[in-house]
Design a protein around this ligand. Structure first.
Ligand SMILES: Cc1cc2nc3c(=O)[nH]c(=O)nc-3n(C[C@H](O)[C@H](O)[C@H](O)COP(=O)(O)OP(=O)(O)OC[C@H]3O[C@@H](n4cnc5c(N)ncnc54)[C@H](O)[C@@H]3O)c2cc1C
Length: 496
């Protein structure tokens, strides 16, 4: 089922004037050069400059803006920090961008009940910073946590290193204040553990801005663990690293995080640091973080160490002191930046495979990388099989966007063939909407559209996202048959 909405021609100057009735003039951005900074999110492959951006500070202002959009039939896009990697915060169809970067207050802190309520523009790492002194923290920790917003995290149902043990954003959001696309203010979820309503909170989380705008979010806080330890093991084959992940998981040890970097990435990190942080001939390095009560962590560390050696680890480094732990994590946390030094233009793919399929899927990605003559670096959440192949490209090369996207699509096909998913945590956005029906039947998609229409009958909220449209994606049947054909010539991979 495809839902298309015809729109009248929009008079953006008139809309800007109406927005200035709601907001101070400085909170309405209409100048072309100022709009430049809103023309993409973290996925710079797609760029669309919006006609108008507004910067509300309060829920009342968001209510007034969405009421105006509803009356005038204006499509709108919520924007947090713009770090999304699926083109969610930009719109191909001209739309009003409602940025939450001035909604950055902590509204309530309730340590007795371990919860905090924040405005959507609050940065992820600020939440932990606000409560760390009292011995608490907020668990979901995307690698972008020093810049991404809680509103964006909710919309994408973001994950992170510690989500292996503690769950993703949806496991940590108790309640939300949401402005629906017609301007209605509502609350989804509850601060209590059990309540009888339909779980609309769960429906909203991960809906990528297509059901309305979250204006206040109540998050669950966790007690900081008594003890944390990190282990770093290096391997001469991806199979051995994968086997270590399998053995640790099978032994019943529950790491807080398990991350792998491949040879390309670890050498990019070595170059960034200007020293051999990791053995340059290692095929993979595995980081395992263990947390909990001190004795439990010591015991788990021994088990994990033994199992990594059993799987073939060459060397193992351990850290228990917070500064040493941070040092072991530093390379992983700098991985995207390190790859960005080799080429500032790269496309981060996000697929999921069953853990057991990791080695064979990574081998197949290597093969695809050679065929397309595009280098691919791999850094991923090994514990939950969430791959992040980084496809490196030169923006000035001919047909590069098509080649990069074709390689990305082939990687997702591999994930699906291995029994996985086309996205783990970065969402579908506009980037992957043409692949959604690789995973779901027309009936599945029609059911999802019914939910979306119930929230947004006029289709104003984040138009063109998530669902395939014939105009953008072609006929579904044809697309499924025509796998993008990589170059038949196997070329030597060129690293630029
Ligand atoms: C270097 C790097 C590392 C990353 N690492 C991770 C990672 O480890 N794990 C992970 O999951 N992601 C990761 N990401 C992706 C990205 O940071 C997350 O998706 C993040 O949640 C986006 O937040 P944002 O504030 O930047 O949202 P934006 O990019 O501004 O928006 C993302 C989506 O959220 C919607 N939205 C924003 N605010 C609201 C709101 N208040 N109400 C409703 N909808 C809203 C937008 O419309 C859009 O669809 C990474 C990105 C980068 C660049």
């Amino acid at each position: 089922m495809v839902v298309l909405h015809a729109r009248p021609d929009m008079n953006w100057d008139k809309l800007a004037r109406a927005c200035r009735e709601i907001l101070p003039a400085r909170a309405v951005v209409a100048a072309k050069q100022e709009l430049l900074s809103y023309d993409s999110d973290g996925l710079t492959l797609h760029r669309w400059q919006p006609p108008l951006v507004v910067l509300p500070e309060t829920t009342d202002q968001v209510v007034a803006l969405l009421t105006l959009c509803h009356q005038e039939g204006v499509p709108f896009v919520a924007r947090g920090s713009g770090t999304g990697l699926s083109g969610g915060a930009v719109s191909e169809e001209p739309a009003l961008v409602i940025a939450t970067s001035r909604m950055r207050s902590i509204l309530d802190l309730d340590l007795a009940n371990r919860r905090i309520t924040v405005q959507p523009g609050v940065i992820n790492s600020w939440v932990t910073r606000a409560v760390a002194g009292a011995g608490f923290y907020y668990a979901p920790d995307p690698s972008s946590q020093v810049v991404c917003s809680i509103g964006g995290n909710v919309a994408e149902n973001s994950g992170g290193v510690h989500c292996l043990k503690y769950g993703v954003t949806s496991n940590h959001v108790l309640e939300m204040e949401v402005v629906l696309p017609d301007g209605t203010l509502t609350r989804l979820g509850s601060g209590l553990a059990e309540t009888p309503e339909l779980d609309l909170r769960g429906v909203f989380i991960g809906s990528e801005g297509t059901l309305g705008i979250a204006t206040a979010i109540t998050l669950r806080l966790l007690r900081s663990p008594q003890s944390v330890a990190v282990l770093l093991a290096d391997f001469t084959s991806m199979e051995s690293a994968g086997e270590a992940v399998r053995l640790v998981t099978a032994a019943g040890v529950q790491p807080a995080g398990m991350e792998i970097m491949d040879n390309f990435t670890l050498n990019a990190v070595n170059d960034l640091f200007g020293r051999k942080e990791y053995p340059e001939d290692a095929v993979a390095v595995l980081l395992i973080e263990l947390d909990g009560q001190e004795q439990e962590v010591v015991a788990a560390m021994e088990i994990a160490d033994g199992l990594c050696r059993q799987a073939g680890a060459r060397t193992i480094r351990r850290a228990t002191d917070p500064a040493d732990c941070a040092l072991l994590w530093k390379g992983r946390k700098s991985a995207f930046a390190a790859v960005g030094r080799i080429t500032p233009t790269y496309y981060v793919q996000d697929g999921v495979v069953p853990r057991s399929a990791l080695p064979q899927v990574l081998r197949a990605i290597e093969e695809l990388s050679r065929r397309y003559n595009l280098p691919v670096a791999n850094v991923f959440h090994a514990g939950d099989g969430n791959l992040h192949p980084l496809i490196l490209y030169r923006a000035q090369d001919d047909d590069v966007a098509e080649r990069v996207q074709a390689l990305g699509a082939d990687i997702l096909r591999l994930c699906l063939e291995a029994g996985g998913s086309i996205t783990g945590e970065h969402g579908v956005g506009n980037d992957k909407r043409c692949y959604l029906d690789w995973m779901f039947t027309p009936e599945d998609l029609a059911t999802m559209q019914l939910v979306r229409q119930a929230f947004d009958p006029k289709g104003l909220a984040n138009p063109g996202k998530i669902f395939p449209t014939p105009a953008r994606c072609g006929e579904s049947q044809r697309r499924q048959q025509s796998s993008p054909t990589p170059s038949p010539v196997l070329q030597t991979m060129e690293v630029f």
